[in-house]
Design a protein around this ligand. Structure first.
Ligand code: PMP
Length: 402
């Protein structure tokens, strides 16, 4: 009998499984709104021009392929932290932010989970928003933390359940860990306002909670990297010692290059040095050291004024195209088709995704009858829509709803 005969078949990944179904569909009208990767106006993957230029520069300078240090390319992590925390950040300027390169955002979350499981002296419980990105629960559970939820989304208003959020954070045991999406909440597209963030910061302080920010979409939400970092910078200015996971997958289009960073705000440079040493001890047995190419690309962009400016305008271009698709879709459903229901959330939601409010039965009909694929919770990637397919999508939604 085989060694593995008792291994049961696991369920397919709820997000990547959508792509599998899409690929198997032969209908020319098919649309994939499942995966969270940006597509250009023609539905094609988009390699940013700033990235292409950075790669050209690298071809000329021919960097070697030696191992990076355990915590990655130091110039890159310094610049990544500057992008997130901002030039005025007190702990950053005091040399009190411990930062390591990571295998994109996922790896940053995993390093953070493992570090907290080992060194956070208080609680081993992390509170996630309900709902959250589907990978958060397994990442933190596999890191050794206990996962619980706090209310976030109100199905009735298709908006933020701010009262529920506040009540749940107030009821959480003191010194619990709380995961916050810094901007462009996935999957709902619903973010707190700046005033609400300030209130959340007060509650986190009152309850002595430990804030862990996941910032996978800096620049992608509003088109402005500083604005999208508001929550992170506000918390740090308020004196919170935060943990932060950063990803350059979306905002630089470096998905497969796996470029990210994880950081912890510490008290001072001496404490940072001790934390750095323990980060290395967490990372070394996982993968020794991170990949080099993507970090060199991101570093070239972040470190050169002209490339940086071009990148920022490209991020804004991606954000703007998504916002324009929101407006178009809203207009088609509300004015052209008079689709039953309230669709204002399509316009007000932020970032890559929209939580449409479509139910699992309707998403099933859309896949089977219209060849339109999305996750079963009704989340669509706005980036999958373009001038060529948006009308077909709107009429398909209209038919599914009516
Ligand atoms: N956090 C959130 C909220 C995300 O949506 C994603 C990407 N879907 C990630 C983290 C991590 O992505 P990556 O590992 O590709 O950077």
């Amino acid at each position: 009998v085989s060694t593995w005969s008792a291994v049961p078949a696991g369920p397919p990944d709820p997000i990547l499984g959508v792509t599998e179904a899409f690929k198997a569909d032969k209908d020319p009208r098919k649309i994939n709104l499942g995966v969270g990767a940006y597509r250009d106006g023609n539905g094609k993957p988009y390699v940013l021009e700033s990235v292409q230029k950075a790669e050209k520069l690298l071809t000329i300078s021919k960097p070697d392929k030696e191992y990076l240090p355990i915590t990655g390319l130091a110039d890159f992590t310094k610049r990544a932290a500057l992008l997130a925390y901002g030039a005025d950040s007190v702990p950053l300027n005091q040399g009190a932010v411990a930062v390591t390169q990571s295998i994109s955002g996922t790896g940053a979350l995993r390093i953070g989970g493992a570090f907290l499981a080992r060194h956070y002296p208080h609680s081993k419980v992390i509170y996630l928003p309900v709902p959250s990105w589907g990978n958060h629960t397994p990442i933190f559970r596999d890191s050794g933390l206990e996962v619980r939820g706090y209310r976030y989304f109100d199905k009735k208003t298709v908006g933020l359940d701010f009262e529920g959020l506040k009540a749940d954070l107030r009821a959480a045991p003191e010194q619990s860990i709380v995961l916050l999406h810094a901007c462009a909440h996935n999957p709902t597209g619903v973010d707190p306002t700046q005033v609400q963030w300030a209130e959340i910061s007060d509650i986190v302080k009152e309850r002595k909670l430990f804030p862990f920010f996941d910032m996978a979409y800096q620049g992608f939400a509003s088109g402005d990297t500083a604005r999208d970092a508001f929550a992170v910078r506000h918390f740090v200015a308020e004196g919170h010692q935060i943990a932060l996971a950063q990803s350059f997958a979306k905002n630089m289009g470096l998905y497969g290059e796996r470029v990210g960073a994880f950081s912890l705000v510490t008290a001072d440079a001496a404490e940072k040095a001790r934390v750095d040493s323990q980060m290395k001890i967490v990372i070394r047995p996982m993968y020794s050291n991170p990949p080099i190419h993507g970090a060199l690309v991101a570093n070239a962009i972040l470190g050169d004024t002209a490339l940086y400016d071009q990148w920022e305008s490209e991020v804004k271009g991606m954000a703007d195209r998504i916002i324009s698709m929101r407006e178009k879709l809203y207009g088609m459903l509300t004015h052209d088709l008079k689709t039953p229901g309230e669709w204002g959330h399509i316009k007000s939601q932020i970032g890559m995704f929209s939580f449409t409010g479509l139910n699992p039965a309707q998403t099933k009909v859309l896949a089977e009858k219209a060849h339109v694929y999305m996750t079963a919770d009704g989340r669509i990637s706005m980036a999958g829509l373009n001038a060529n397919n948006i009308e077909y999508f709107a009429t398909s939604v209209d038919a599914a709803v009516k």
